[in-house]
Structures are given as structure tokens and as C-alpha cells.
Design a protein around this ligand. Structure first.
Ligand code: ZN
Length: 244
């Protein structure tokens, strides 16, 4: 089997046996890859000398039969390349990082590369490891992910009539804002306020980052088919419902 060398972020880790783990890696050039790391828990193998932790960034060597992409790849080497030790110093930082990992894992396909998104993910982890608040970094990453998968909503005008006045609702299904004139015919919708709109349009300093987080999380939840488990750890559920 040919060896694949790539940079990767660890998005998931599951015990598989006494000595092995299955890892979900988001690689830079090959996209999401599920790989088995044999002997990783024994701790004696030099190729995994440092262990592999959630959200670690490193160089991976994988072997895989690409024609059987549903099969697990085998992680044969791992070397950590970046350390974001600040993530574990504050609970909100690690929760924000776990959320970006969760939505990345939930909305990317195996062996479907997104190099820009990989870079955005590493940048987000770097920002979060020094952040005094997680929300702004998380919102930037939500946007980067939606753009990468071709699901970035329209925030400049009503998606139904093209009007730019009284944009008071957001619809995930329609993929953007809906004005007051059009909203009555729309079942799936969520109210958005002016502070949220300002943040969604790229001025999080002026607007409400938590409002933008909540609107984008609502959209991501629709795309994933479930609520991201860690959303409430980034912005409390009660604040997610606030219209601002
Ligand atoms: Zn309209």
C-alpha cells in the first residue's frame, strides 16, 4: 500500500482495542480520513512516542487502499508539529476548539480535500489558544467552513425578492436573509436583529458575535441534520435564542 504523508488535525479519537485507537484526522491535502493507530496505547512504539491527543496538529504517515475509501487507513507514524497549549488553560478555549472540530468532522466528506479550510482550522486553533473570548474566532471559522462546502448564506439582500429593507429573518433552507414582506410564506426561519446582521456582514466588533454564532449554528445544525453537541458550550442556549 502506498504511503501518504500529510499534515493533519486530530478531530476524533475512539478506543478500538486494548492497544489501538481509531482516529478521525482532517488532513490538509486529502480531507477527512479515518485511520487506525495500532499499538498507540501501549506507549512503547517510538512512532507514537508522544501519543496523539484531540486537536493535536502534526505530520501523519498513512497507508491506505484509496480504491477502498470506506476502509480505515492505517496510521503508521505521527509527529506533533504545532502545540496550542493555551487551549487547555481555559475551558472556553478548549470548548470553542472542540466545537470547530465537531462541525468540521460533521460537514466534510472522507477523502474530499479542503486545503484552505485546513489552514483556517489551524489558524482558528491558534487564535483560540490565546483568545480572551472564543466567539469571534469560532464565527470566523463557521464562515470559512460554510464557504468551503459551498453553503455560505447570502447576507446582503432578501433571498426571495432581492429587497434590502427590513431583513428580519434568516432561513437555512433558502440560504439567506428574508425580508418582512416575504417572511409570512416561509415556515423554516429564525428571527435576526440588526446587531446580528452587522456581525454576519463582517463587522463583529460593531455587531453581536454571539448573535452571528447563533444564526450560523442554526444553519450548520440544519446542514448536519442535528444540533452540534458543543454549541451550548460556546454560547449558552438562552443567549442563542436572544434576538439582537
Ligand atoms: Zn423579500
Amino acid at each position: 500500500m502506498p504511503a501518504i504523508r500529510d499534515d493533519a488535525v486530530v478531530l476524533g479519537r475512539l478506543d478500538y482495542s486494548e492497544t489501538s485507537q481509531i482516529l478521525v484526522l482532517f488532513t490538509r491535502a486529502h480531507g477527512k480520513v479515518r485511520a487506525i493507530a495500532k499499538g498507540i496505547k501501549r506507549g512503547t512504539k517510538t512512532r507514537f512516542a508522544s501519543g496523539v491527543d484531540m486537536l493535536d496538529v502534526g505530520h501523519a504517515v498513512l497507508s491506505s487502499r484509496r480504491e477502498r475509501s470506506e476502509a480505515l487507513a492505517i496510521l503508521t507514524e505521527w509527529k506533533q508539529s504545532r502545540s496550542f497549549s493555551g487551549l487547555r488553560e481555559k475551558l472556553f478555549r478548549i470548548r470553542g476548539a472542540q466545537y470547530v472540530g465537531e462541525i468540521t468532522s460533521g460537514l466534510t466528506e472522507e477523502w474530499d480535500p479542503h486545503e484552505q479550510l485546513y489552514d483556517a482550522l489551524v489558524d482558528a486553533l491558534g487564535h483560540l489558544s490565546e483568545a480572551s473570548s472564543a466567539v469571534a474566532s469560532v464565527v470566523s471559522y463557521q464562515m470559512a467552513l460554510l464557504k468551503a462546502i459551498g453553503a455560505l448564506p447570502r447576507f446582503d439582500a432578501c433571498v426571495l425578492c432581492g429587497g434590502t429593507d427590513a431583513l428580519t429573518y434568516f432561513s437555512s433552507f433558502e440560504g439567506g436573509l428574508i425580508c418582512r414582506n416575504c417572511e409570512s410564506g416561509q415556515v423554516e426561519k429564525r428571527e435576526v436583529g440588526p446587531m446580528t446582521l452587522a456581525a454576519l456582514r463582517g463587522s463583529p466588533v460593531a455587531g453581536s458575535p454571539s448573535g452571528a454564532f447563533s444564526a450560523l449554528n442554526y444553519h450548520l445544525a440544519h446542514l448536519m441534520g442535528r444540533e452540534p453537541k458543543l454549541a451550548d458550550e460556546v454560547v449558552a442556549r438562552v443567549a442563542q435564542r436572544r434576538i439582537e
